[in-house]
Ligand binder design. Structure first.
Ligand SMILES: [Zn+2]
Length: 154
């Protein structure tokens, strides 16, 4: 059977809306990470002793050697460095901020892996790789990664 994308005269297009209620299961490791952000304003990671690497966000198993890491917690700094970034230049109701805003990879001090988060308190033209930033925690909890509201320059 040959499919032609040119000939659409026989194709019917239906427009509709789809609601997809869902739940995200953070698991034991993800839950402990979010609870520490929420209740203690602390960023936790896990260390793989075999690989000498600290992962943030924490995960249950090392991605390299598959060692179990859920008992290897380390408390990390609330300060870090921007290792990469992009400027989000479009608006969508599902995005956490109005455009333009900075979405950066932030590697907190003591971690070996960066994680993506919002950077505020600086013009989007002035963000740079290597910039030192600190965590700013949300005043009201959402029980999500957004209890760490954003990072801002030191
Ligand atoms: Zn490992």
């Amino acid at each position: 059977m040959e499919i032609s994308y040119e000939n659409t005269k026989d194709c019917k297009v239906m427009t509709g809306k789809m609601a997809l209620p869902n739940q995200y299961f953070a698991g034991r490791v993800g839950s402990k990470f979010i609870i520490a952000l929420r209740d203690e304003h602390k960023i936790l990671g896990v260390r793989c002793e075999k690989c000498n690497k600290v992962f943030v966000p924490p995960r249950e198993y090392c991605e390299k050697c598959l060692s179990k890491l859920d008992e290897s917690w380390v408390e990390l700094s609330n300060e870090g460095v921007i290792t990469n970034y992009t400027v989000v230049n479009y608006n969508d109701k599902h995005l956490p901020r109005r455009a333009p805003y900075i979405l950066a990879l932030v590697k907190v001090d003591g971690a070996d892996t960066p994680f993506p988060h919002i950077v505020e308190g600086i013009d989007v033209e002035d963000v740079k790789v290597g910039m030192k930033v600190k965590a700013v925690f949300a005043e009201e909890t959402t029980n999500t990664i957004r209890d760490l509201d954003h990072f801002e320059p030191l």
